[in-house]
Design a protein around this ligand. Structure first.
Ligand SMILES: C[S@@+](CC[C@H](N)C(=O)[O-])C[C@H]1O[C@@H](n2cnc3c(N)ncnc32)[C@H](O)[C@@H]1O
Length: 214
């Protein structure tokens, strides 16, 4: 997690200040009786938004710096956020069910096996009416062909580059096949705007957005 620690130390909002629009559009449909799990919470833009709106949140994030940044803001504002500094593979849920699970910007940095294992765990961690929020990247990404040509393929559309960075891309509409038993509240795939994170290079992503209901 050294890379995330470094970029979170240098910038307060590496992935922007605002929460993803699909969360803003759908959060009022989340049942407030169980907490929400934010997996790979980063610097907390989603956990903090939900806590500010009166939801109890558990932020799971391996980056020490990310967790400290969330903790500082949560403490200053007395926000109800429980922090779990760990990797997804070591995570033990604290409650029987979560009313929603946020998976923003995570699938593309997991291996295919980790994605399969997460999908299985979601069946245990959610109950009827729970919502699952996802953003990820598809094979329509402008850099996809160069990954395919230059990098080591370690799984289906999943590559490790020369610096050891892993990227996994889903095919168009594959997300719907991965969550076949859920009701689809929202699904959109599109080419996003050019942008950069912190001081990083310009990027353009083929974005996948989905909101599922158990
Ligand atoms: C692209 S960032 C997205 C952060 C946040 N969800 C957002 O949208 O602002 C991905 C985050 O996932 C975390 N992460 C990476 N691998 C993880 C894993 N195996 N388990 C849990 N979190 C992980 C990283 O530390 C990083 O903060």
């Amino acid at each position: 997690m050294a890379d995330y620690d470094n970029s979170y130390s240098s910038h307060n909002a590496v992935f922007g200040e605002k929460p993803e629009k699909i969360l803003v559009d759908f959060y009022k449909q989340i049942d407030n009786s169980d907490p929400i799990l934010d997996i790979g919470a980063g610097q907390g833009r989603h956990s903090l938004f939900l806590a500010q709106n009166g939801y109890a949140v558990e932020a799971l994030e391996p980056s020490k710096i990310g967790i400290e940044q969330i903790q500082n803001i949560a403490e200053k504002n007395s926000f109800p956020i429980f922090l779990s500094q760990c990797d997804l593979s070591d995570f033990e849920p604290r409650v029987d069910y979560y009313s929603a699970v946020l998976i923003f910007g995570l699938l593309q940095i997991l291996t295919r096996d980790e994605i399969d294992s997460l999908i299985k765990s979601l069946y245990d961690w959610t109950a009827e009416e729970s919502l699952i929020f996802i953003t990820s990247f598809s094979t329509e990404e402008p850099t996809f062909e160069s990954h395919k040509k230059n990098d080591k393929e370690v799984g289906k559309n999943s590559f490790v580059d020369s610096k050891g960075m892993l990227r996994t891309y889903l095919e168009p509409n594959e997300i719907l096949e991965m969550f076949p038993n859920y009701k689809v509240l929202h699904h959109k795939e599109y080419l996003g705007e050019e942008h950069h994170h912190g001081d990083g290079i310009m990027q353009q992503h083929a974005v996948i957005e989905a909101v599922f209901k158990v």
